[in-house]
Design a protein around this ligand. Structure first.
Ligand code: SF4
Ligand code: SF4
Length: 358
């Protein structure tokens, strides 16, 4: 047996990020005077001390294999003072303290096949959830949707041609991660779950499944002499919340699980309140490996936004100015009965308006 004392585990969460920050950023933390945007994909920050730091942003496919990660780290070691940084939208950022290092860094990045961009009024990397790679409840592979769409939007990432920045998100189930983007591509189940009654009693904790349903559509039932569950299909809103605690309530379906596109979500900031996404296209085929139908709709929305919005308007600002009827006109998207909130609980949300009262 080794005489070395085993290393005790550290259970205190992730390590302090400061030690990994570029030394110029560490030194000038909270002391930045201004920043500017010399070209797409590059930012220049100037501190009160006179120090400067240049950031070069690079798109990735988010789910990175070890070879790509090593390559990206090698680029950081060789061209970017040994530092690398990931943004929440899965871009890599390199920082250098000398303007002369920027162009050689960009050249080396592009020589490896990566793209520089995603700053200011461009389409930033689509953010996405885990999909089939690690989660247990996806109805589609979010990372595949992202890859197909970014392949077609690559020029919008590289250049700054949009009225303001555009954040796009995807989500591979209908209830959890994903939301709040200028455009969101989310899974949409259109049929209630199918129950495998033989498995329910062994796999599911029935009270927690019943409690999980947001519209109280599930109740305990005896089926073929075994304890099981039943769904009131008139009430069910096909959200899929019962599937994670009870996999025998299968909601994913090759034909009936679709994609939907929502637009206009935005977090609050110092100047404006948050805005919530609204459904603009439903029933889009969940069509791997390239999802052409969903991509065409997103490109169409971006084209209309680019042509019609004023400078600095985010997608939600643009729609608020032109109105929803005009949005459907300029995007050529059909307005259908599925756009109307007909759920019985909608009475409350409609009553939030001063124009319609019940
Ligand atoms: S969106 Fe749903 S399926 Fe996808 S990673 Fe999040 S919880 Fe899992
Ligand atoms: S899909 Fe949603 S609404 Fe339908 S039974 Fe399951 S939890 Fe309830």
């Amino acid at each position: 047996m080794s005489a070395d004392k085993p290393r005790s585990p550290i259970e205190s969460g992730c390590p302090d990020g400061f030690q990994y920050i570029h030394p110029v950023m560490r030194k000038n933390y909270g002391q930045w005077k201004f920043h500017e945007h010399p070209k797409p994909g590059v930012l220049r920050h100037v501190a009160y001390s006179g120090d400067e730091i240049w950031t070069v942003r690079v798109g990735t496919q988010r789910i990175l294999d070890i070879f790509s990660l090593r390559e990206l780290c090698d680029l950081g070691d060789e061209f970017a003072d040994g530092y690398i940084h990931f943004t929440i939208r899965s871009n890599v950022e390199y920082m250098v303290s000398d303007a002369a290092k920027v162009e050689p860094l960009i050249k080396a990045i592009e020589a490896k096949g990566y793209i520089v961009g995603g700053t200011k009024n461009s389409v930033a990397m689509l953010s996405h959830t885990q999909g089939w790679l690690h989660c247990d409840i996806p109805g589609t592979d979010a990372s595949g949707v992202v890859k197909s769409m970014m392949d077609e939007l690559i020029d919008e990432f590289r250049e700054c041609n949009m009225p303001n920045r555009v954040h796009i998100t995807t989500s591979c189930c209908q209830i959890n991660c994903g939301g709040q983007g200028d455009i969101a591509i989310n899974i949409q189940h259109t049929k209630p779950p199918k129950i495998n009654h033989d498995l329910v009693s062994n796999v599911c904790e029935r009270p927690s499944v019943v409690a999980r349903c947001p519209v109280a559509a599930i109740r305990p039932a005896m089926v073929n002499g075994k304890p099981s569950l039943e769904v009131d299909e008139k009430k069910c809103i096909c959200c899929g919340a019962c599937f994670p605690p009870c996999p025998p309530m299968q909601i994913n379906d090759a034909e009936h699980s679709k994609l939907a596109v929502w637009v206009g979500g935005n977090h609050s900031n110092a100047r404006s309140k948050p805005t919530f996404q609204k459904l603009v296209a439903a029933g889009i085929p969940n069509n791997p490996p390239r999802w052409p139908e969903a991509t065409a709709i997103v490109k169409n929305i971006l084209k209309a936004y680019k042509e019609d919005a004023q400078d600095w308007e985010r997608i939600n600002d643009w729609i608020e100015r032109i109105g929803w009827p005009r949005f459907f006109e300029v995007t050529n998207l059909p307005f259908t009965k599925y756009h109307i909130d007909s759920w019985r609980g909608a009475r409350n949300s409609l009553n939030a308006s001063t124009h319609i009262r019940f």
